[in-house]
Design a protein around this ligand. Sequence first.
Ligand code: AMP
Ligand code: FE
Ligand code: FE
Ligand code: ZN
Length: 281
Amino acid sequence: MNRADLHTHTTASDGLHRPSEVVRMAAEAGLAAVAITDHDTVAGIAEAVDAGRRFGIEAVPGVELSTSLDGQDIHILGYYIDFRDSLLLSRLVSQRKARDSRNEGIVARLNELGIGLTMEQVAEAAGRKPGVEETIGRPHIAEALVRIGAAGSVQEAFDRYLAKGRAAYVDPPPRISPLQAFEWIREAGGAAIVAHPGLYGDERLAVRLLESGADGLEAYHSDHTDEQAERFRRLAERYGKMVTGGSDFHGARKGKVYHGQIGNRSVEAGVLERLRSVRGS
Ligand code: AMP
Ligand code: FE
Ligand code: FE
Ligand code: ZN
C-alpha cells in the first residue's frame, strides 16, 4: 500500500489528538503519508514532521484556510507551504483574529439566550489560552456547552446553537476570498486545493474556483458520496488540475469519530510529487 490521507486535524485546531499522535495513527493505518491541515494555523506542523521521521511516514505540511465567497464559507487547502514563512505566519495571525472575534460574537449571542458561557470556559474546553497560535473553533464552543450542561452532546450543540442558521450562529467577519487564499498559498510556495467541494450547496462553484486559479479539487472526502467523488475527479481532470482526497479526521470522542476515520479516504502517494512541484520549485 502506498496511500496518502491528505486532510487531518490536530489539537492545533479542532482535532482531538496531538500532531504526533495523528502521525502515529496514520503510520499504524499503513499510510505512506499524512497531511496535517489545521484550520488557519501551522502550529502543529513542526511536531508532525518530527514524528513522521520517527514513525517512518511522510508528514506533509498543510493548512486549511477559512474563506468566504458571496456569504458562503469555503475552505481552501494549502500543501507544501513553507510553514516558517513570515508573511504566511502574519497572514495566519489575521485569520485567527477574525476567528476570535467571531467566537466572541457567538458567546455573546449565547449569553443573550440566557446561557452563561464565557470565553475562558471555551478556551479551557479547547485546552488552551486565547490568543495563542492554535485556533479555537465552534467544536470547542460546542464542547464547552456540553461541559456546562447546556447541551447533551457536541452534535446537539451544533444542531441547536452553532450550525449555520441556528440560534447562536454568527456570520464570520469579512473573510478573505478563495482567490486571496490561492495567492497566499502560492506566495508561500504551496499548492492550493478546494476542500470538500461537495459541501457548498452549489457544485458549480468548483468550476468557478478552478477557472480562477485553484490547483485542484479534493474529490475524495468523508462527507462526499461516491458519485460526488467521481464527478469532482472528472471535473478536475478536465481542467488538467490535481485530484486529492483525505478523511478530514478530527479524532474520536467516546467512540464517535468526527467526519471520518484516519485513512478512510486517501490518494496514491504519487500525487504528492505533483503537489510538491506545482510551484515549479
Ligand atoms: P469553525 O471553523 O470554527 O467555524 O468550525 C468549523 C468546524 O466545526 C468544522 O471544521 C467541523 O469540524 C465542525 N462543524 C461544522 N458544522 C458542524 C455540524 N453541523 N456538526 C458538527 N460539527 C460541525
Ligand atoms: Fe474542523
Ligand atoms: Fe473543512
Ligand atoms: Zn478540515
